[in-house]
Design a protein around this ligand. Sequence first.
Ligand code: SF4
Length: 253
Amino acid sequence: MLHILLERLRQGHRTVAFPREMPPLPPRYRGLPVLSDSPCATGCPSCAGVCPTGALGADEAGLFLDLGRCILCGACAAACPGRRVAFSQDHRLASSTRAGLVLRPGTRPTVTPLEPARLKLFSRSLRLRQISAGGCNACEADTNVLTTVVFDLGRFGIDFVASPRHADGVAVTGPVPQNMRAATLATFEAVPDPRVAIAIGACAISGGLFAGNPETTGGATPHLPVDLFIPGCPPHPLTILDGLLRLLGIKTP
Ligand code: SF4
């Protein structure tokens, strides 16, 4: 017992100070894409041509990047001769709306807290059933790590539960393949009203790398009334935590 206590003293307090303080992110961390508003060379297809998910495009309003499809691989930034696409260290990628993930120069995704009725119910206690719907386990791992001592999700009253009957909402990961579609819908239906739906990762938002494959169904977005979209492939745990907290009206850095 003495050894355990001494070890606890030696290790000290391991939980990150977020949201009071922003923990340092590694220099190679790739966060919110930043699009420049300087015009592209006419007909230059360099960035869109290398994008593996079709997240980048241009229309009459100019260049846009769909963060819901982006896997943050960085290939576009490397390919753009005019450096019109760059990646910041900003971890705040979540959005309340799917349309809010389509970035243009000067825009960024935003999260609106739940409306007062659900906020009152869930702001101090939110239980989620995680649905791994064909995920590769990356989004699942970065969601799971939130329950460790480092992020300590429980201090915000948020936790994951085993049964949808005990949950206030679902957190979906993966592109929802055909054979998980019915299970995803049934799990959501088993959560008592009022409830929330959260899509975590590019696959759950848009199908990600698997979008358009007939074996997948485009993630959670076509099936559920998603309240929070958390992009990434996978999203950094801080991106997930930041989105969850802002959905519950908690200020983050
Ligand atoms: S970082 Fe995103 S937008 Fe850029 S090439 Fe990769 S997937 Fe496409």
